[in-house]
Design a binder for this molecule. Sequence first.
Ligand SMILES: CC(C)(COP(=O)(O)OP(=O)(O)OC[C@H]1O[C@@H](n2cnc3c(N)ncnc32)[C@H](O)[C@@H]1OP(=O)(O)O)[C@@H](O)C(=O)NCCC(=O)NCCS
Length: 153
Amino acid sequence: MHELRIRKAVDADLQEIIRVWKSNIKTINTASDIADLFHSFKKYFFVLVATSAGMGFENNVIGFAGGAIRGGHGHISGIAVDEEYRMKGIGKDLLKTVEHEFIAKGFDKVTLEVRKSNRGAIGFYEKQGYKWQYIVKGYYADGEDAMVYEKKI
Ligand SMILES: CC(C)(COP(=O)(O)OP(=O)(O)OC[C@H]1O[C@@H](n2cnc3c(N)ncnc32)[C@H](O)[C@@H]1OP(=O)(O)O)[C@@H](O)C(=O)NCCC(=O)NCCS
């Protein structure tokens, strides 16, 4: 029996966070970019792990959410769930956990960018109460536009 559990990320999770990030998010971020973000904003990084009941044994990370502070408010740098675990409420729980951490630290707003073509993530964010603000033309290194979203928390 596996129990899924969200907890704060620790240093030993970094390689798995990089794996989940790079295999699920279309990105040019290198492992070292992700490590820099992780080390700067560790307290806003959470992972979802599967734990075998009773044994305390932890499988690999199957999802993560990475927050940051940007411009005096909360920011979502990355969130992803391995494909076979999607649409089970995990992304929602991870996002809520980071939002609660922002609330606990006194922030009242969260922003994020998402690729214009990423309809799935856009649908997900809108369901979580994020409101579209504006487009940043050519935001991504490959030239794609970003949609900027915001949520008051
Ligand atoms: C975006 C992502 C993290 C969502 O994770 P998830 O665990 O599948 O999402 P959940 O199961 O918690 O979904 C929560 C809600 O969002 C909706 N949702 C999730 N994925 C969706 C999609 N692709 N299209 C439309 N709605 C979606 C769900 O239907 C659910 O709605 P409900 O609350 O009414 O039931 C996941 O799809 C993913 O890892 N995508 C690839 C990485 C990525 O693009 N990340 C964002 C850019 S940084």
